[in-house]
Design a protein around this ligand. Structure first.
Ligand SMILES: Cc1cc2nc3c(=O)[nH]c(=O)nc-3n(C[C@H](O)[C@H](O)[C@H](O)COP(=O)(O)O)c2cc1C
Length: 348
């Protein structure tokens, strides 16, 4: 904490988010990502050497070892410095993207900047800053530019979370002008902007609007994983509607498949992605990267950087196995792999 006595309200909120996700079951209850409804057609003769399968990719001009991202989690209270450092160091070693949690606390209490600064442990990792779309409306672009330079961020994630705000007693409710703020930031910042949800999904029509204002990539962050409008806020004693809105949102598989038909910018699939096979399915539906938050936070809590590395390596192997089982020698071939179509009895 910033002093030895009491944490501030912001520090307390950030700490609670992490504790709740680590200690409670906050996943969607009756709704899934939809990935379980998709099956690859098995190829019994792949004619491939497993060790030569290439799962590398390019994202916003950077070559990655694998198409993964740890999406924004935390920052803004003392122990967040170690969490962000472990996440970033693991991602650097494994050649994948890492996101920071919302930097709002840093703008309100500049002494918290160190909890976001990971460059002493990960000089080269592709690093994404993070701010709420709502906060962007009143943000001084020069200040944002300065912070992004200090953190040496490669991109800025702008999160959209209207229903998550609406279930909070202290939620931000006036969302007029957020799209214009995103457009202005795209124009005036020289850092690429990635727009993301936090688990309720981005629709294809919104994806089109975001592309048209200059957004560089979209993380659809759909439903099926961590529920912010239900799970997390119900434990934070949010409004009574947390129960009704627990399962709100567009399932991740549907969000990514629909957006991929309408936009050309890279898509990130997150929200309930839990293994390398689901990453493969997301890529087949049109994603460039797939990401997750809760599983990597849990890994960090169990064993720091080494446990995060272990999980990334497991996902890499599972993704490679899916390439092997579909006869895809790289991600480009995987993105066109055959799926099993449900049998239509009328066609027999
Ligand atoms: C503890 C925690 C804190 C989070 N804080 C942020 C945040 O500050 N900014 C943001 O854009 N997303 C935040 N997220 C949302 C995640 O980036 C992600 O969109 C969401 O949790 C769905 O992914 P998951 O099902 O893999 O957890 C947070 C997630 C967790 C688990």
């Amino acid at each position: 904490m910033t002093n030895e006595t009491k944490p501030t309200i912001i520090e307390q909120r950030k700490l609670e988010h992490v504790q709740i996700v680590l200690e409670k079951n906050v996943e969607y209850k009756n709704k899934s990502t939809g990935f379980e409804k998709i099956d690859f057609e098995h190829n019994a003769l792949p004619e491939l050497n497993f060790d030569e399968i290439d799962i590398s990719t390019n994202f916003l001009g950077t070559k990655l070892q694998a198409p993964f991202m740890i999406t924004g989690i935390t920052g803004g209270y003392g122990p967040a410095q170690k969490i962000n450092g472990d996440l970033a160091a693991a991602c650097e070693k494994e050649g994948v993207v890492v996101g920071l949690g919302s930097m709002r606390p840093l703008f309100e209490q500049p002494e918290l900047a160190k909890t976001y600064n990971v460059r002493d442990r990960a000089k080269k990792v592709f690093l994404c800053g993070n701010i709420g779309g709502y906060q962007l409306k009143s943000m001084n672009i020069d200040n944002m530019h300065k912070v992004l330079c200090e953190l040496q961020a490669n991109a800025l994630c702008v999160h959209l979370n209207p229903i998550h705000e609406a279930v909070q007693k202290e939620g931000d409710m006036n969302w007029l002008g957020v799209l214009s703020a995103i457009k202005k930031a795209c124009k005036e910042l020289d850092t690429p902007i990635i727009v993301k949800e936090v688990g309720s999904g981005i629709s294809a029509s919104l994806a089109e609007k975001l592309e048209s204002v200059g957004v560089a990539a979209i993380d659809v962050s759909g439903s099926g994983g961590t529920s912010w409008s239900g799970g997390v806020e119900s434990y934070r004693k949010g409004r009574p509607e947390t129960e009704l809105f627990w399962d709100w949102g567009i399932p991740t598989s549907i969000a990514v498949a629909n957006a991929a038909k309408r936009v050309k910018i890279p898509l990130i699939a997150s929200g309930g992605i839990r293994n390398g096979l689901e990453v493969a399915k997301a890529i087949r539906l049109g994603a460039t990267l797939a990401g997750a938050a809760a599983p990597f936070l849990k890994a960090q809590n169990i064993g720091g950087e080494q446990e995060i590395i272990k999980l990334i390596q497991t996902w890499k192997r599972e993704l490679k196995m899916t390439c092997f089982g579909t006869g895809s020698k790289n991600l480009s071939e995987l993105s066109g792999a055959n799926l099993i179509k449900p049998l239509d009895i009328n066609e027999l």
